[in-house]
Design a binder for this molecule. Structure first.
Ligand SMILES: Nc1ncnc2c1ncn2[C@@H]1O[C@H](COP(=O)(O)OP(=O)(O)OP(=O)(O)O)[C@@H](O)[C@H]1O
Ligand SMILES: [Mg+2]
Length: 404
């Protein structure tokens, strides 16, 4: 029997499904997190053998709590699926002398400058880049990198504080907006399409691979409220247009020494076909993309992950469909007042629709800049990509939410 320490087992919500899968595959799951027990979803709470409620931002307190706990129970491994605590998980492993990703390895996934340096040494094509802490260093970095460029936090998420900068004048304008960011990455702006390479690894092997296509590019998704962002998990991984990206994904995992658990890499394909690395996290893709991959494969990746990290292997999965999420943003502010087009779309395209999860009338709008979930989402699938794109375009234009 394996005793697994799960960091933040019920937050964000999706992690509860991983916690439950771990327990169902036979592991004893011990949770540690910020979340009060009462606030935890049942998917997590009902499957924990024990829970330590400790502020995760306070590493000293976390280690103290675990030192006490480890006197009473054997902890075999530490799992973390939530980006902010990937390094904490590694710190706990080192503290308790457990196998798995070290702090040095975890940092390569959390610091975008360290990440790109390691990958440069491994011969991966990263965007031209330089790290900067002060205003003067940003100007120096811009000289080296050239325009257009991107300035973003070294440990950012959700395109927060990320700016495309085309001229020095714009760089001067953007600088004050970055005053609260301690360290930034200045990068060559890569013009192209954006894809992911997501994996579940176990025992040092890649056990599952997924490629998603973002429509439009995430920075565009986050810049224009009227956009309905889509993430499309692609069925045909043998498509020659994806081959170089998938190969890069495999090389990156090797270079970073990742052996167990999820990875979520983003890469760009330029118009001339050149493939450029974007970033990588040691975690699953967010915004319900695990659900999307489940609909694409007709499988349960929560279980695949649990088996992979506890046994080092998992049954192979294949993509039977293209599956996609599409997020909707209401027009107007305040509370959702009406939803138009849904009945017609479900009548005409319902056989392709897997999930409809829109805010109900009366609910306050979510902040679309703060969460990709926006005012709700739909998941659809089809074996044929053109057919799926046709359906998605209909949901983008004909499904409309209004707020007042
Ligand atoms: N060098 C670049 N060239 C072109 N676009 C870029 C570049 N760097 C970032 N972007 C744009 O900004 C988005 C966010 O950047 P990045 O993925 O590095 O940060 P993030 O905030 O960690 O993203 P996530 O939402 O995946 O957590 C990218 O998806 C891309 O659209
Ligand atoms: Mg990203």
């Amino acid at each position: 029997m394996t005793n697994v320490l799960m960091i933040s087992p019920g937050f964000p919500l999706e992690i509860g499904f991983f916690t439950r899968a771990l327990a169902r595959t036979g592991a004893t799951v011990i949770g540690i997190g910020d979340q009060p027990v009462d606030a935890m979803p049942a998917t997590a709470r009902d499957h924990l053998a024990h829970y330590e409620h400790v502020p995760l931002a306070d590493t000293r307190r976390v280690l103290e709590a675990l030192t006490g706990l480890a006197r009473n129970v054997r902890i075999d491994q530490v799992e973390c699926l939530w980006e902010p605590y990937v390094v904490l998980a590694a710190t706990i492993r080192e503290h308790l002398g457990l196998p798995g990703m070290t702090v040095e390895q975890a940092t390569r996934f959390r610091d975008k400058e360290v990440m790109k340096k390691v990958l440069d040494e491994a011969g991966i094509r990263t965007p031209r880049h330089a790290g900067a802490e002060t205003v003067a260093e940003v100007w120096e970095a811009a000289e080296v990198v050239g325009y257009p460029l991107i300035v973003k936090p070294v440990d950012g998420a959700g395109s927060a504080d990320t700016y495309r900068v085309d001229t020095p004048t714009r760089l001067a304008e953007v600088q004050p907006m970055l005053a609260h960011v301690r360290r930034v990455s200045v990068e060559e702006f890569v013009e192209g399409e954006e894809f992911t390479h997501d994996t579940v690894c176990g025992g040092g092997d890649i056990l599952f691979e997924n490629v998603s296509w973002y429509q439009p590019r995430p920075l565009e998704q986050r810049s224009h409220e009227w956009v309905s962002p889509m993430t499309i998990a692609l069925r045909d991984k043998t498509d020659p247009d994806l081959a170089d990206g998938i190969e890069m994904g495999r090389q990156v995992i090797r270079a970073l020494g990742h052996t167990s658990g999820f990875t979520h890499m983003e890469w760009y394909r330029m118009a001339d076909g050149e493939v450029v690395f974007g970033e990588i996290g040691a975690r699953p893709p967010g915004a319900r993309t695990v659900d999307v991959m489940n609909y694409a494969t007709d499988a349960d990746l929560f279980v695949t992950w649990a088996l992979a990290v506890t046994t080092g292997t998992a049954p192979p999965l294949g993509h039977r469909y293209n599956a996609a999420s599409i997020f909707k943003r209401a027009q107007g502010s305040g509370r959702i007042s009406r939803i138009e087009g849904l009945d017609r779309l479900l009548r005409e395209e319902g056989d392709k629709v897997c999930v409809v999860d829109l805010l109900p009338v009366g609910a306050p709008r979510r902040d679309w800049r703060a969460t990709l979930l926006s005012d709700g989402m739909v998941i659809a699938r089809d074996p044929d990509l053109d057919e799926l794109m046709r359906v998605l375009r209909r949901f983008a234009t004909e499904l409309q939410l209004f707020a007042e």
